[in-house]
Design a protein around this ligand. Sequence first.
Ligand SMILES: [Fe+2]
Length: 239
Amino acid sequence: MHQILAEFLDKWVWPTAPGAPGAEFRLRITEEKCIKGWEMAVAATLTEIEKGLASGNEDWKRRVAMGGYAAEGVQMSIKQMSAQLVSVDIAEQERYIDLQRMRARQVWDECKHSKLHVEVLMEKGWIKSERDLLDNPAAHLQPLPAYFGLSMMFPHIHPLARAAQHYFVEAIACLGIATYLSRVDDPMMRHEHLSQRDEELMHFMEGKYTIDTYCGRPEDQKPVEDTLEFLLHRMRVNL
Ligand SMILES: [Fe+2]
């Protein structure tokens, strides 16, 4: 296992709050399903970085920033998080108030993500301002259509279904950031990732907290495991 994953597991995955009703379920799906996906993700990110570093030019940095702009913040995350706020009915809000507060906080934090990529593109001289991106279709391509579709369906599945996405996919974001920070010296590219480090960790911790706190009963575990199965399927298709 790569050191970056081992450290992430020790620091953030294995610790559980005493008496958390869903912790046993979380540790089972982690060992049976998540770790394999996380290992694949770290390996894929490392390969991408090594390829970029070996290319001898900066075009890969432009592609990372463009891809991030298209897939984060305004283009995806704010819509996605806003839809998830709707996943809790008014009658259930008291039960899931922690969830609602965490999601509202995340919507607020999403606003900065695509701007980080804009700053890289501007500093490198590839664009003059964000206005230039409006004329470029590549800056507006959402590359994960089915994943996005599922995200929009969370309100109709279960208030806890999103926890699988938070736990599994946002761990990949955290691992990706740790991998970039371990291999890349470019200050703008480091900033692009460092500025999101705690924010992605907050997504992951929302997933962890949600599963540990609310997923003690089989009927609350099933939607989380079903969503995780879908996400693993998407990952097998994409990698
Ligand atoms: Fe986020």
